[in-house]
Design a protein around this ligand. Structure first.
Ligand code: GLP
Length: 274
């Protein structure tokens, strides 16, 4: 995994923006997987700014969001769909028909989950999946104990997730947080061509340590990303504070490959190789 450690959360948002813009504009990522939460707010603000400056165009971008609460109408101010409209979709030139979302009010959960998987496949799969991470290591809403091969499914939320999300989005009232959600599975996330994980803050440090340096375990579903060949993790110093190998991550940061190629070219020249 490529690990990029930035000074603060603002720098995390800018770095993540650079990656998303690059993949969208070079045509490699026209199908995006997107997260909600406080973590991507900075990225979405950068994407809106970038769109207004003409740096990024969403006219042929399709999106799938990772998850949605069960029982919330898309128009509900607390729904993830509403969050996405407010922070991104209403401010850029994405076609609303190109936005696919899990329906938290579906009358047939199995069918809705199967529909989502099929819709992703019908567009050729997710090219770039952006994810945040929960304090317990969850990606999407894949709580500890979720199968690492899971597909889109119904999940019962863990208490720490209910507490965190109550504080962030429900005015601290845990009773208002739905106990269930629909979420892409870990296997669904692993099927995307590339994954971009973003995280900041000391409260994510244990989860990040587990994801990068712990064993692969369903007790921290983000650790399954160790099995994915193309993952970039963008962190701030606080989220990276429990990493044992941070010096090494700095060593393999962007620019490293160019340095290696320069070194190799010089060595080949010295050896008389053409
Ligand atoms: C929720 C979402 C996750 C998100 C996590 C972290 O549980 N389902 O996709 O990564 O919260 O949220 P935050 O970014 O607010 O810390």
């Amino acid at each position: 995994m490529n690990v990029i450690i930035c000074k603060d959360k603002k720098a995390v948002a800018k770095e993540a923006y650079r990656i998303v813009r690059d993949r969208v504009m070079n045509g490699r990522a026209k199908v995006l997987g997107l997260p909600t939460g406080t973590t991507p707010e900075g990225l979405y603000a950068e994407l809106v700014k970038g769109y207004k400056k003409g740096e990024i165009d969403f006219s042929d971008v399709h999106t799938f969001n990772l998850d949605e609460y069960i029982g919330l109408d898309p128009k509900d101010p607390q729904s993830y769909r509403n969050f996405m409209d407010k922070h991104l979709f209403d401010h850029v030139n994405i076609k609303k028909a190109n936005v696919d979302f899990l329906d938290g009010l579906t009358g047939d959960i199995d069918r809705e989950c199967a529909r989502y998987e099929e819709a992703i496949v019908s567009l050729g799969g997710i090219k770039l999946q952006v994810v945040g991470i929960g304090r317990d290591g969850h990606i999407g809403f894949n709580e500890p104990g979720t199968s690492l091969t899971s597909r889109t499914h119904m999940i019962t939320l863990a208490q720490s997730t209910i507490t965190d999300n109550a504080n962030l989005f429900f005015g601290g009232d845990e009773d208002k947080v739905p106990r269930w959600a629909l979420s892409m599975g870990v296997g669904t996330v692993l099927d995307s061509d590339e994954v971009l994980m973003i995280a900041f803050g000391a409260n994510k440090a244990d989860a990040i340590h587990g994801m990068l340096e712990g064993p692969i375990t369903s007790m921290n579903t983000s650790s399954a990303l160790q099995l994915h060949p193309n993952v970039t993790v963008v962190l701030d110093e606080a989220a990276a504070s429990k990493l044992k190998y941070r010096d090494y991550y700095h060593r393999i940061a962007p620019g490293n490959e160019e340095a290696m190629l320069k070194f190799l070219a010089a060595a080949r020249k010295k050896a008389g190789r053409r």
